[in-house]
Design a protein around this ligand. Structure first.
Ligand code: TNX
Length: 543
């Protein structure tokens, strides 16, 4: 398993044990799927070809528009980068240097004329804040954007135009060619999220950063961290220290758990920012709170702390709605979290509160929304909160398996924006099929074409395109323990959800998507991503 991608800034080493376990799991997962684990071929695969019509090249998510020029760019040993944003130039140079072995010197400022130029000027207005224009000619590559995020997304597309071995952490032979042409590209939805549940099983900073690197390849722009649940509290809170030290001391199955110090959390936030990803922290409430209730007796209605919990049931815990201390607690927790969260959102959970009465639930959600607002943040909550009175700015995240929900439709009619995460399409913890060892199946089996086969802007009755903020692919981790497990459940489905969030619906085609997705296989193999070799995809031989 490789630490990926080569990181010019900081890359915590993984222990030999972690590397061994990851490799062992990858072999076990490959055995389950009957996939060989032969080492990657050293020959570079041919460059992706632009086709003259349609959206048929191998870029995921499919770009908005592309025109082939028929020429070919080749990255030479003398190649240079000129960039208007140093961090993005460093990111690209780090990847190119590792695989090509070329020096790739970088310069900044308008004076330089690098082989690859990354410019915050000259992009058409249509690309907006996150889009870009990418032009490849025989002589060089020009990426233009209006904002750094767009430049970063253009760099991700450029990497996909180059051969898969460009992603290698060690030097490979070229040739390093990319098809000539122009791509103009921008997202359908502003919100393209991935969620990682670090509460059911704890994942280290390095493991989260690895996932950030993987999702960034597909232009994901939000990482939702599920920081608290019955089985563990994962963020240090100075005013309530037992939450992390006691509430974070275990996980599903009874392992040691863990928690992020505020400095750890800030490191994750900064790492995500360097990939133009905004962290959305979630403190789930009023249910899913056993770890907090176990840490402080005074939070319980009966004044008695329950034991820590390491099972996988849901719906049995609740903060005590009538107690004043409940809101002092939430104000201090959310205040500390808001202070170290530069993004605009705090996720308050609100799901599966089966141990809270409906009237208590409504009272509680009203108060928590005001607490979040008082710390200058915008609320996101699971769609269950749509049964209560919402602040105008509150965003809801739909997770059910139905295609109609009257309270969500009513909220949308009232102006509430919805993030679409239907569990039967977007939940990355659902098994692919009955043979999948990891995951659950309460929302059914989800192979990659089912993950891809829905339209977020026309899925839920009464929730049209203009009410949809975007999509999110949650990965719940009751059964997920290692980075190899994360990879196996997220790939290839996460790119399917990313494409639904980014690409115009007019590009939607199962056959074309499956072909483009197959082309990602050799990349994942080279990067050491332990992906599931879905039988719905024709993976190129050797991948
Ligand atoms: C439902 S859907 C949950 C989580 C579980 C997940 C397992 C929702 C918002 N909550 O508590 O981990 O199912 O798939």
């Amino acid at each position: 398993m490789n630490g990926y991608p080569p990181n010019p800034v900081r890359r915590p080493a993984r222990s030999r044990l972690a590397l061994f376990l990851a490799a062992a799991l990858s072999i076990a997962a490959a055995a389950t799927t009957g996939t060989a684990t032969a080492s990657a071929s050293t020959a570079a695969a041919p460059a992706t070809a632009f086709r003259s019509t349609g959206f048929q090249n191998n870029v995921v998510p499919a770009p908005v528009s592309e025109t082939s020029s028929g020429s070919t760019f080749q990255l030479a040993p003398s190649a240079t980068i000129t960039t208007d944003v140093t961090g993005i130039g460093d990111y690209l140079a780090g990847i190119l240097r590792a695989s090509t072995g070329f020096a790739i010197p970088e310069s900044t400022g308008s004076g330089g004329s690098g082989t690859i130029a990354l410019r915050l000027s000259g992009a058409p207005a249509v690309v907006g804040a996150e889009g870009y224009q990418l032009t490849t000619t025989a002589g060089g590559v020009l990426v233009q954007a209006q904002q750094p995020a767009g430049l970063f997304h253009g760099v991700e597309t450029l990497l996909q135009l180059l051969p898969p071995s460009i992603m290698s952490p060690t030097v490979r032979p070229g040739p390093w060619t990319a098809p000539g042409g122009t791509i103009v590209d921008y997202p359908r939805f502003e919100h393209r999220g991935a969620m990682l549940d670090v509460a059911r099983h704890f994942f280290t900073v390095a493991q989260v950063e690895r996932y950030i690197d993987e999702i960034a390849l597909y232009k994901i722009d939000y990482l939702h961290l599920h920081l608290s649940d019955d089985q563990g509290w994962r963020i240090a809170v100075n005013s309530w220290p037992n939450l992390a030290t006691y509430g974070g001391s275990t996980e599903v199955g009874g392992g040691p758990g863990g928690y992020y110090t505020q400095a750890d959390y800030s490191a994750i936030v900064a790492y995500a920012q360097s990939r133009y990803i905004t962290v959305v922290p979630e403190i789930d409430s009023p249910g899913h709170t056993n770890a907090a209730l176990a840490s402080y007796a005074e939070l319980n209605c009966n004044g008695v702390a329950p034991p820590l919990y390491t099972g996988t049931n849901v719906g049995f815990s609740s903060l005590c709605v009538p107690l004043d201390v409940t809101y002092t607690f939430l104000d201090q927790v959310i205040g500390e979290l808001a202070a170290i969260t530069p993004g605009r959102y705090i996720h308050i959970g609100g799901d599966e509160a089966s141990s809270t009465s409906a009237s208590d639930y409504a009272t509680f959600i009203g108060k928590v929304q005001n607490i979040v607002a008082s710390h200058g943040k915008t609320v996101v909550g699971w769609h269950n909160i749509a049964t209560t009175t919402l602040l105008p700015s509150t965003v809801i995240e739909f997770w059910d398996t139905t295609t109609s929900n009257s309270s969500v439709a009513a909220a949308a009619a009232n102006g509430t924006k919805v993030i679409m995460s239907p569990a039967n399409h977007a939940y990355l913890d659902m098994k692919y099929n009955k043979k999948t060892v990891l995951g659950q199946n309460w929302a059914g089996y989800t192979d990659v074409n089912k993950a891809y086969g829905w339209n977020p802007g026309a899925y839920l009755s009464g929730v049209g395109e203009s009410s949809v903020a975007g999509v999110e692919a949650p990965l719940w981790t009751e059964t997920i323990v290692t980075s190899a497990d994360i990879d196996y459940m997220a790939f290839p489905r996460l790119p399917a959800i990313a494409e639904l969030g980014w690409s115009p619906w007019s590009t939607h085609s199962v056959a074309a998507f499956d072909q483009r997705l197959g082309a990602q296989g050799p990349r994942w193999k080279i990067m050491g991503v332990n992906y599931y070799h879905s039988t719905q995809i024709s993976w190129p031989s050797g991948s």
